[in-house]
Write a protein that binds this ligand. Structure first.
Ligand code: FMN
Length: 198
């Protein structure tokens, strides 16, 4: 089994989403001896925000690519190849301002490509990245999976929507929630790790 662990917290060893993602990876490796692991830290080498040149590179046939377009599409080609190569994808996502970090959004903007990760058919959109298992490792200062903040839970729903659109519909989310809430913070990570069922 090939595991890809995407990291989007810049907080290294202090990060709850990285610790939770690592715990998921450890359980996957224990259950699947011989698995390989690729860790891709999106905060070390961030994908560029989409500029005109990237969008032009997506929509210009490859045979017409100039040197500039060839360079621009490299990020997307590499990210899609890495994604296709993996059997299991663990995505670490800290909750930032009710959403995902911009580094993770930039990765999504480079992998969501018509004709490569999805296509439009007579039946509507069809995801092309099939047969993947995805685990989300989400951390947040507050609690969003239940209670009064649930209507603001855009992170998990967004990731499920956009990954599902590309065919990745087998998604399990684990969440370290309330890491900024005095009564919850001490146990938030442990509870999330204990809930991992692999
Ligand atoms: C820039 C920034 C924005 C944040 N926005 C929110 C937020 O909207 N809601 C929330 O509950 N927590 C928010 N937090 C708290 C983080 O979700 C929390 O600290 C989480 O553990 C960060 O993930 P990490 O530990 O993997 O770095 C924010 C933290 C930062 C640094």
């Amino acid at each position: 089994m090939k595991i890809l662990h995407l990291i989007s917290s810049p907080r290294g060893e202090a990060s709850f989403s990285i610790k939770l993602g690592n715990a998921i990876v450890e359980k996957l490796q224990a259950a699947n001896p011989g698995s390989t692991l690729t860790v891709h830290d999106l905060t070390n080498t961030p994908f560029p925000h989409l500029e005109e040149v990237h969008i032009n590179s997506f929509f210009t046939p490859q045979e017409n690519h100039t040197a500039e377009l060839t360079a621009a599409i490299k990020h997307s080609d590499e990210a899609i190849a890495e994604l296709k190569d993996a059997d299991v994808i663990v995505i670490g996502a800290p909750l930032y301002n009710f959403g995902i970090p911009s580094t993770l959004k930039a990765w999504i903007d480079h992998i969501a490509r018509a004709g490569h990760t999805f296509r439009y058919s007579e039946k509507g959109p069809e995801g092309l990245i099939k047969n993947k298992k995805v685990y989300l490792a989400i951390s947040s200062g507050g609690v969003y999976s239940e209670g009064p903040m649930k209507p603001y839970d855009f992170t998990e729903s967004y990731l499920r929507s956009v990954l599902g659109f590309m065919g990745m519909t087998d998604i399990t989310a684990y969440r370290a929630e309330g890491v900024s809430i005095p009564d919850l913070k001490d146990l938030a990570l442990d509870k999330a790790i204990e809930s991992i069922a692999i």
